[in-house]
Design a protein. Sequence first.
Length: 350
Amino acid sequence: MKVKLALLVVAWQVLVLAFMAGQREWIQRTGTPLTLRTAPVDPNDPMRGAYVRLDYEISFVPATLCWGEVAKWTKTTDYREQQRLCDRVVYAALHIDAYGLANLTSLSETPPDTGPYLRGRVVSADSNGVRVRYGIEALFMHKAAAQKMEAMARNEKAGAPMAISIGVGPSGIAVLKDHAWEPLGITITPDRPPQPQNRSSNQQWQQRVLTGLTVTLHNYGDKDVAIVNLPDGQSFHLLQNYRVNMFRYEWVGREENCPLPTAADIIVLKPGATHQVHLDLTQPQWWVIDTNKPEAGPMPLQKVTDAWSASFRIQYAPPPATATRDLPHADLIRHAPLRSRAFNANAGVD
């Protein structure tokens, strides 16, 4: 009897695995095709073994995009309750933008009535938002190939996101199909002024403030790519890094204040070429506000005392295609925004 029972259990497990494999194969062939973007690669997000660990821009959902019961999860401070949320099923509603990329519009405990969506499971939840896995976080390949891709993400393709093609079934289950590097990448280098001599260790820490950044746009592709470089760094925005705990500071700048581009603002990058822009973060256009003390008004990053709470990314945000269609090389411009690695007010880069 025990032998028969064991055989039945094994047979059932084999059938379940076969069903799951067949389901994924069916979704890969017939599912709705979507393209997701990987998040900026930071050294503290390692890729290991015979697969590449993929972290998507939609893998972390800010609390502002959480709806219904999921929004309540971001307000709980009870550790045991947060632990019970792990592995809960959630649904990410998506919008396909003008560049063909799927962007998350909301996260809830029920599927949306219309539009594409992904089914995921909660990894963790806190006051910042919810981290979600969608079952497409591992790109399996030979170990040597995985290690080569990891090296490329940190060197030859530094700052370039990867476009991941997936198929999505009717219930929101996603399956990986293909991947490709995007041609345009962004890297940042903080200004590091000479340190004065003969000072105490406390003075040394106080001197380490972020006064500026050099932003470099790279054309990693094999074709010409055009970028839009508006005057005074207006092609770039300062985005909160929602992936850190206890972020407090918000940029006071606004995207809608950007002027219309002219022909002089269009720069064509040949394959392998780069273009650098220096951002003077001491200028008022880059100031931030403490959300815990909004009455204090805007301040430069150099006056932030708890610099680890002031974590940001630079976003290259060219104007929409409608604003450049009559300009030279308009067909070469990539209009999709591009985010850098994270940095903080202490001039530290992740």
